[in-house]
Write a protein that binds this ligand. Structure first.
Ligand SMILES: Cc1cc2nc3c(=O)[nH]c(=O)nc-3n(C[C@H](O)[C@H](O)[C@H](O)COP(=O)(O)OP(=O)(O)OC[C@H]3O[C@@H](n4cnc5c(N)ncnc54)[C@H](O)[C@@H]3O)c2cc1C
Length: 344
């Protein structure tokens, strides 16, 4: 299923190396997505969106990831914010969703402090309940992609009794508290930053969920989008291998095996779309990570020294595959991948 026109994907692919290496926000790719209507895919029609099905959205995201992982990653963080808004109160949906669908604003998430970041320490971001339903935030949001290009951040914070809150933090309230983008090993254009919160006040109508225990549910950081992006990157590397088979038929058997694994992972991804099945979601995430690591290494080996020289795409894919070892990687996934890495 191809959701985006080929010329848009080609435009994204043409900017992929720069988007990966520079810390400039990938404006050209973002504008191409806006023109193609992709910014409205996951937003219902009543809020000016396109209301695509979960499988259509995942198919589109996979194609974007194959063309430019940096753009797909930034988009996936916006999509996560949209998913939380859709489960939130009507006034917040009406405030943000139509403008998101039209591409007038973007949003992002800062949730990992509840799931996969700093879990061995005390809460990174503390919420204090104030009179009249207001909330004060103090601490740090360690990872926020596109923070300085977003109108709001969907944030998770912890109360003194260990219950959690999800809320929308309008970015103008922390404009001077967003650190410079981190110098990343890849995906530089995602402009991922740490955001400080010092006595930031959140109004009652900016609260999405909670206070409650584990507001993000069992799978926490391991949603379907991470697997979808891994599958997209793997498919780019496999397409490269398939093209090489023409001149090097000995690569055919290995490439066919990778293709078959890719296809079965894609089927599992689409089966899980719209269904809440944390265990199968985490298992898919482990398997997708394992495939993208192996296939990008295989592509590098096949491309040999030439592939190690920028801007050859295989050097980028091999670096980007490592991102799936650290991004939104909950404990069961980390344990599963580490066990595979440690096996003989
Ligand atoms: C490029 C990038 C973009 C991201 N964007 C976002 C985003 O937009 N939104 C979002 O919510 N999240 C985002 N994340 C966060 C991501 O999902 C993970 O939460 C994050 O990568 C976890 O890494 P950490 O260093 O924070 O983990 P930590 O667990 O905090 O580990 C940091 C260090 O703590 C030490 N340590 C870890 N565990 C233990 C332990 N048990 N005992 C003792 N010491 C320990 C180790 O020295 C480790 O290096 C992003 C991550 C990356 C890399």
């Amino acid at each position: 299923m191809t959701v985006l026109p080929i010329d848009i994907l080609e435009k994204l692919a043409a900017g992929a190396e720069q988007a990966d290496r520079d810390t400039a926000w990938p404006i050209t790719a973002w504008e191409a997505l806006r023109v193609a209507g992709a910014l409205g895919w996951s937003i219902p029609r009543e809020y000016d969106g396109a209301g695509l099905s979960p499988v259509e959205i995942l198919s589109g995201l996979e194609d974007i990831a194959a063309a430019c992982l940096t753009t797909a990653f930034a988009l996936s963080q916006r999509e996560a914010a949209i998913r939380h808004l859709l489960k939130g109160p009507l006034p917040l949906r009406e405030r943000y969703l139509p403008r998101l669908a039209r591409g007038e604003i973007s949003m992002t998430v800062g949730l990992s402090q509840l799931t996969t970041s700093r879990q061995h320490q005390g809460p990174a971001l503390v919420a204090t309940l104030l009179p009249a339903g207001r909330v004060q935030l103090d601490g740090e949001i360690p990872w926020v992609t596109g923070a300085d290009h977003s109108a709001g951040i969907v944030v998770g914070a912890t109360l003194p009794d260990a219950s959690q809150l999800l809320l929308v933090l309008p970015t103008d309230r922390v404009a001077d508290q967003i650190d410079s983008p981190l110098q990343l090993a890849s995906l530089g254009g995602s402009r991922t930053s740490l955001v400080h919160c010092r006595g930031v006040i959140i109004e009652p109508d900016e609260i999405l969920t909670g206070p409650a225990e584990s507001v993000l549910g069992k799978s926490g950081g391991g949603g379907l989008e991470t697997s979808c992006l891994a599958i997209g990157l793997a498919s780019a590397a496999i397409r490269y291998l398939r093209a090489e088979v023409t001149a090097r038929p000995t690569l055919d058997e290995m490439t066919s095996r990778f293709e078959s694994t890719l296809q079965s992972l894609r089927l599992r991804l689409h089966e899980l779309a719209g269904a809440a099945d944390p265990d199968r979601t985490l298992a898919l995430r482990t398997d997708a990570t394992w495939l993208v690591l192996r296939v990008t290494q295989a592509a590098l080996m096949v491309a040999k020294g030439v592939g190690f020289v920028a801007p050859h795409p295989v050097q980028r894919w091999a670096r980007q595959a490592q991102f799936f070892l650290v991004w939104s990687c909950p404990r069961p996934v980390a344990e599963g991948v580490l066990a595979k890495l440690a096996s003989e």
